[in-house]
Ligand binder design. Sequence first.
Ligand SMILES: O=P(O)(O)OC[C@H]1O[C@H](OP(=O)(O)OP(=O)(O)O)[C@H](O)[C@@H]1O
Ligand SMILES: Nc1ncnc2[nH]cnc12
Length: 179
Amino acid sequence: MTNTYTLQVAGLERDLPIIRLTENLSIASFVILGDAELLREASPLLVDKLPEVDVIVTAEAKGIPLAYEVTNQLGLSAYYVARKTVKPYMQNPLMNEVHSITTQAKQTLCFDQKDALEIKGKRVAIIDDVISTGESLRALEELVELAGGNVVAKAAILAEGDAAKREDIIFLEELPLFD
Ligand SMILES: O=P(O)(O)OC[C@H]1O[C@H](OP(=O)(O)OP(=O)(O)O)[C@H](O)[C@@H]1O
Ligand SMILES: Nc1ncnc2[nH]cnc12
């Protein structure tokens, strides 16, 4: 049977399967895609911790439903998703490289030019489900800055491993890493 870690967040409990990534590193897999209840309960708690912002930015994929909830609760009209592949319908994409804890190979983060132009000059909150090595966040922050946005907040539901020691991020709960 799969080992699990019991996470308590936003008044809810979830049993997260522990998944081996390498010989010495396992994570408690936190997948909020489809978990409407957790998204509904966690989003207002994150919103309460945010400063005033103009737009929400996230990276695909697991950050998307959270960015949507937070955007709605703030009464904003749009949120922006950095894609991990350039699609044929994207025009003049703005790109940066990323390498997260769960990805072996280098990945690209990119904004459609239209989105990049809309982010320019805006106060941006970067939202994600979990921050671990911080690589995804760093790459997304760089991409927002390339677009001319001003990152005023970096927030996630969970801070994993050493990320929980960071003072520049907003989060609700810690998530341990495992050997
Ligand atoms: O701090 P890091 O080490 O970069 O890890 C955090 C990132 O990893 C996860 O995404 P993942 O790379 O698994 O991609 P996905 O959302 O497309 O599944 C998560 O949604 C964060 O974006
Ligand atoms: N614990 C986790 N579960 C799913 N994706 C992640 N990305 C980084 N940490 C993760």
